[in-house]
Design a protein around this ligand. Structure first.
Ligand code: GLU
Length: 353
């Protein structure tokens, strides 16, 4: 059974009057039934809770309480749509730090597997009511969807948004060349320059976070699409390339990726990164250990044993892994020039994108 993770953005769910569109959810419920019939197991990562709560007209002011109210209404809409198709849904609310605990990561994987095997449709969101913002939270659902797709060993991840995909220039900027990036095997460095950093009023993500999610997902063996979900795109058409979209091919075969590697890809810290030189990039891409001699500098802070991202001098992600020392010790070694033969991330605990 092939799993498809479908991420539904807030902008896809809300109509022009800022109301939750039951029609959009009905459309994906109908398609879920067809997908199940075709041997796929669909699973949704759905945003919307915060905006639904914010626009509910209640005397609330905080994002956490908006989410608490909005999540119930969001799930009511999903349940109604799926029950009409004869399908059951399940709600899973995730906190980012929970997944860092290997035991809970495994439990999450088992629950999702059991639900999908039973033909039940998991609907996942971040536990926004119990988060205190970055870096502890995902903050938007693009990265959460990438993590979910890696956890469940999905074949496809589909980002449904209000654009047809990634354009060589943000389509909301006037007077520019606009070419849709169609098929690609990499999340190239220049793609990040195409993204506008602005996000729409209701959305917390944007093209940038989708690219970061795609980078992770394709490294985790998941083919990833960015597509326009506003007009009820047919998933079948999308997978057969009959509609415009951006498609990122998976970099690895899913069954060659170990659970340890999946966990590392899913749980990298946001608080610190290691900047490495070109020699180190070449070495780790060949499967070697990251040595201190290849480290240019450390940005932010991390502790020994945490999963830290490795970036190049332009801050483009190269991979991640478990560090053998904390950021202070590494900086000290760099300052002292005592970097020869010091392991920073051992090859067994390192995965490149
Ligand atoms: N978890 C947030 C929500 O449900 C995600 C918001 C977003 O990604 O736009 O509202």
């Amino acid at each position: 059974m092939s799993i498809i993770v479908i991420k539904v953005g807030t902008n896809v769910l809300m109509d022009s009057k800022d109301q939750l569109s039951q029609d959009v959810i009905n459309c994906y419920a109908r398609q879920s039934k067809q997908l199940l019939g075709a041997g796929y197991a669909p699973l949704f990562v759905s945003s919307g809770a915060v905006t639904i709560g914010r626009t509910a007209g209640l005397k609330l002011t905080d994002k956490k309480t908006f989410a608490a109210v909005g999540q119930v209404r969001l799930m009511e809409a999903y349940r109604k749509a799926f029950v009409d198709e004869g399908l059951d849904v399940a709600q899973l609310i995730v906190s980012r730090p929970d997944l860092h605990r290997r035991g809970l990561f495994d439990a999450f994987q088992r629950s999702l597997t059991e639900l999908t095997e039973a033909g039940i449709i998991p609907i996942i969101n971040e536990n926004d009511a119990l988060t205190n913002g970055e870096p502890e939270a995902f903050g938007e659902n693009d990265m959460l969807a990438a993590v979910v797709s890696i956890v469940v060993r999905a074949q496809y991840l589909i980002y449904l948004t209000d654009q047809f995909g990634l354009y060589t220039q943000d389509p909301r900027e006037k007077n520019g060349r606009r070419h849709l990036v169609c098929d690609t095997t990499d999340v190239a460095k220049e793609f990040f320059e195409y993204c506008s950093h602005t996000v729409s009023a209701n959305s917390m993500g944007g093209m940038l976070t989708k690219l970061k999610g795609a980078q992770l997902a394709i490294a985790g063996g998941v083919e990833t699409f960015i597509a326009n979900g506003k007009m009820c795109v047919e998933i079948d058409d999308l997978l057969s390339c009959r509609v415009p979209a951006t498609r990122f091919y998976a970099k690895r075969e899913a069954d060659k990726i170990t659970t340890h590697e999946r966990w590392m890809l899913s749980c990298k810290e946001k608080s610190g990164v290691i900047v490495v030189d070109d020699g180190a990039i070449e070495a780790i891409k060949k499967g070697n250990t990251l040595l201190a001699v290849g480290v240019r500098k450390v940005l932010g802070e991390f502790e020994h044993g945490e999963i830290v991202e490795i970036v190049d001098s332009d801050r483009h992600g190269i991979g991640c892994g478990i560090v053998t020392m904390d950021s202070r010790d590494l900086e000290l070694k760099l300052d002292q020039g005592s970097t020869n033969d010091v392991d920073v991330i051992h090859r067994d605990h390192l995965i490149t994108y």
